[in-house]
Design a protein around this ligand. Structure first.
Ligand code: PLP
Length: 376
């Protein structure tokens, strides 16, 4: 029996070190890590700039709490907000926490409580975020849940129009549903949401916890759509492996989160902020993002050529291979062959290499995938 709760279905691999895209287990076996710790390691394992940022800040100051002012948080917020319509940030430690902050801000600002979310969405495991999540398997056994959320089918404009009334505070969505199957929002739904939000004064919350920070080839995935979030949430890739989350909002929301309304002890501590600033200094560089897009195109072309019987979905380096059957056996076979993968829903293999992945590593991964998928 384990000393741990068995809430994770852990694979029997003990990873002990990593560099770039490569991780090594305790037996010395190497793997290509195309999970990036679930879209977290934007710059790969042990990137020298991140190692240096951690070492330098660790010798200087780790933690102060939010009792004191923080020019470092101000700078990180300004970097995230640059060239966007978002004006203020709140820092926390995870995606679920960022979404909790978003839900609280939207409810307090509108003084309404109904938030529309979508089937197959994923917003996290805390009570608010879990209630927002449109997947029964995640909510099962934990009821009663928050009454706030009304969950409707994704990419169904008629279903959205049918549910909108004067009680709705906000609409909350992922531009690409990462956990739920790499499902991209349709241009029709994006347009309908944009129209409805501006007509009715409904707030738009975009959960970019997985899609943000260059993962889809732009700083944020919403930039590839007509969507204009009032609130955006970030985590995963923001810290490149160090835990940090953020909620950003427009200036119209500024007064709602006054002193004492919300908070977290660890949020935006100097160590996390210095690492996140280092990640952004790399990822928000236009050349870096151009590279991500070039690698994405290369990866998609290779996959299409090598897997003629499969559909490839997604954007940037958040890609999916749609299968007709359960993909768990393929994930296991790939692991044996030295390629770490994660599924998205039951039928999609999710591909989330570090944004620093090389074309050679993509070639190696595609060869392993072709070997497995074309012989099954
Ligand atoms: C992972 C994820 C979350 C939850 O983030 P945690 O850091 O695990 O709490 C929320 N939303 C989306 C879209 C995610 O992919």
């Amino acid at each position: 029996m384990s000393s741990l709760f068995k809430n994770y279905g852990r694979r029997p691999v003990h990873l002990v070190s990593g560099k770039g895209t490569i991780v090594t287990d305790e037996t010395g076996k190497e793997y290509l890590d195309f999970t990036s710790g679930i879209a977290v390691l934007s710059l790969g394992h042990a990137h020298p700039a991140i190692v240096e940022a951690i070492q330098k800040q660790a010798e200087k100051l780790w933690h102060t709490s939010n009792l004191f002012e923080s020019p470092e948080q101000e700078k990180l917020a300004a970097t995230l907000e640059k060239d966007t319509h978002l004006a203020h940030a709140f820092f926390c430690n995870s995606g679920a926490e960022a979404n909790e902050a978003a839900i609280k801000l939207a409810r307090k600002h509108t003084q309404k409580h109904v938030i529309i979310t979508f089937e197959k969405s994923f917003h996290g495991r805390t009570f608010g975020a879990m209630s927002a999540t449109g997947q029964e398997k995640i909510r099962q056994g934990f009821g009663p849940l928050l009454e706030t959320f009304k969950t409707i089918p994704f990419n169904d404009v008629a279903a959205l129009e049918a549910v909108i009334d004067d009680e709705v505070a906000a609409i909350m969505l992922e531009v690409i549903q990462g956990e739920g199957g790499v499902n991209q929002i349709s241009p029709e739904l994006a347009q309908a949401i944009t129209d409805i939000c501006s007509e009715k004064g409904i707030l738009l919350i975009v959960d970019e916890v997985q899609t943000g920070i260059g993962r889809t080839g732009t700083r944020y995935a919403y930039e590839q759509t007509v969507l204009k979030p009032d609130i955006m949430t970030l985590a995963k890739g923001l810290g490149g492996g160090f835990p940090i989350g953020a909620m950003l909002g427009t200036s119209a929301l500024y007064e709602t989160f006054g002193p004492g309304t919300h908070g977290t002890t660890f949020g935006g501590n100097p160590l996390a902020v210095s690492v996140a600033q280092t990640v952004l200094n790399h990822v928000f560089n236009p050349t870096f993002l151009t590279n991500v897009n070039e690698k994405s195109t290369y990866f998609k072309e290779k996959l299409a050529a090598s897997l003629p019987n499969h559909t490839i979905v997604g954007s940037g380096l958040l890609l999916g291979i749609v299968c007709a059957e359960d993909v768990a056996p393929y994930v296991n076979l790939a692991e044996q062959a030295g390629l770490l993968l994660v599924s998205a829903g039951p039928n999609v293999i999710r591909l989330l290499p570090p944004l620093t992945v090389t074309n050679e590593e993509i070639d190696q991964a595609v060869a392993i995938l072709a070997n497995i998928l074309n012989s099954n």
